[in-house]
Design a protein around this ligand. Structure first.
Ligand SMILES: Cc1cc2nc3c(=O)[nH]c(=O)nc-3n(C[C@H](O)[C@H](O)[C@H](O)COP(=O)(O)OP(=O)(O)OC[C@H]3O[C@@H](n4cnc5c(N)ncnc54)[C@H](O)[C@@H]3O)c2cc1C
Length: 323
């Protein structure tokens, strides 16, 4: 069985940053990614533009050149892919980590394809795999999706977009501009305050002029083949509908963390237990990196502010190894 100083679970931007740092500092390492390189970014909407400017998404100070100040998804795919290939990072793709078990001093890592042994584990599994579901009848119909990809698909269709944050607002605007008949269903009283500052006026103006319909303080109650029911302050309304995009956020895989023995806070935030000085969790030898550290607070950590986790963790591993 192959043995490493550290196995990194997840080949997103932060997992890659950890691999690069481990390589630089002379640790043997393996990144295991269940999809392609930066799988989450690969699954983002095709026209997606980051809210961060490119230099804030850089890892290890490797320059990220983009056409505009804020890069697009395809530029980020290119950037992170080139980092992996030109640095010859040790990464296994399309291989899912299924189980991690401590056996004496080492961790035994079982994946969909093989087993490995490692002295340390970095969990950098992100939050994009599990959507926050609506839990209503009809949510499992094929016309309902929790992921948005391409506006062309919705042209000339009656589309309900559920949500009020960046993903929902970007999808509503793009689909409207490709000829969809868009209705926004917003649980609160307004478009989210975190919506990108240059996008928020656009959506508010489209709603005010009636190009996009919006129901505030409204929730979807049932989805059927050609209609949806929504509950509003004025009672129940039934709308004709072809497709539903339920873009109500995502959450980390908490079961996976629990199985690793990582403690979560007892409140609704489900914050994982780790030492912010080393990023080591309550399980000795298991470190947390990237957006996973925020539990249900998925807006707390992002690439910009969590790329620093890589040097912090690798330094902590080196210090623990030399003790
Ligand atoms: C639409 C959108 C726009 C965003 N814009 C920005 C922005 O402008 N700036 C910014 O800083 N952040 C932005 N973010 C957030 C940013 O994308 C995330 O913070 C970032 O992806 C976090 O990186 P990560 O490496 O922690 O997690 P991820 O990128 O999610 O990587 C986790 C990886 O782990 C893999 N994985 C999960 N489970 C397993 C397993 N069991 N075995 C093997 N592999 C596994 C996944 O496939 C995934 O590739 C945006 C997010 C979204 C959704």
């Amino acid at each position: 069985m192959q043995d490493f100083n550290v196995i990194i679970i997840g080949g997103g931007p932060i997992g890659i940053a950890c691999g690069l740092e481990a390589k630089k500092k002379g640790l043997s390492y393996l990144i295991i990614e269940k999809g392609p390189i930066v799988n989450s970014l690969f699954n983002y909407p095709i026209n997606m533009q980051f809210f961060s400017s490119s230099e804030k998404l850089e890892i290890d100070e490797i320059p990220f050149i983009s056409k505009e100040a804020k890069p697009k998804r395809n530029e980020a795919l290119e950037y992170y892919r080139r980092i992996v290939t030109s640095n010859n990072l040790n990464i296994q793709l399309f291989e899912k980590v299924e189980k991690v078990k401590k056996e004496s001093e080492k961790f035994n890592v079982v994946t969909s394809k093989a087993s490995y042994s490692a002295s340390n584990i970095i969990v950098a599994t992100g939050f994009y795999d599990l959507p926050n579901t609506l839990n209503i009848p009809g949510e499992d119909l094929p016309k309902v999706s929790h992921y948005y990809k391409d506006p062309h698909f919705y042209a000339s269709q009656k589309l309900a977009v559920v949500g009020a944050s960046n993903s929902a607002i970007d999808a509503a605007l793009e689909c409207y501009r490709k000829g969809a008949d868009v209705t926004l269903i917003i649980r609160g009283p307004e478009v989210g305050q975190r919506v990108k500052y240059w996008v928020r006026p656009d959506i508010i103006n489209r709603i005010n002029e009636g190009s996009i319909k919006a129901y505030y303080n409204a929730t979807v109650k049932e989805i059927r083949e050609t209609e949806i029911d929504i509950e509003t302050t004025e009672g129940k309304i039934t709308l004709e509908n072809d497709f539903v995009l339920a873009l109500t956020g995502y959450m980390p895989n908490f079961d996976f963390l629990r199985k690793l023995g990582i403690e979560l806070s007892n409140d609704e935030k489900l914050l994982p237990n780790y030492n912010p000085d080393s990023m080591e969790s309550n399980v000795k030898g298991i470190y947390l990196a990237g957006v996973i550290c925020g539990g249900m607070e998925t807006h707390k950590w992002f690439i910009e502010n969590s790329r620093i986790h890589a040097p912090v963790i690798v330094d902590a591993i080196l210090q623990n190894t030399s003790e």
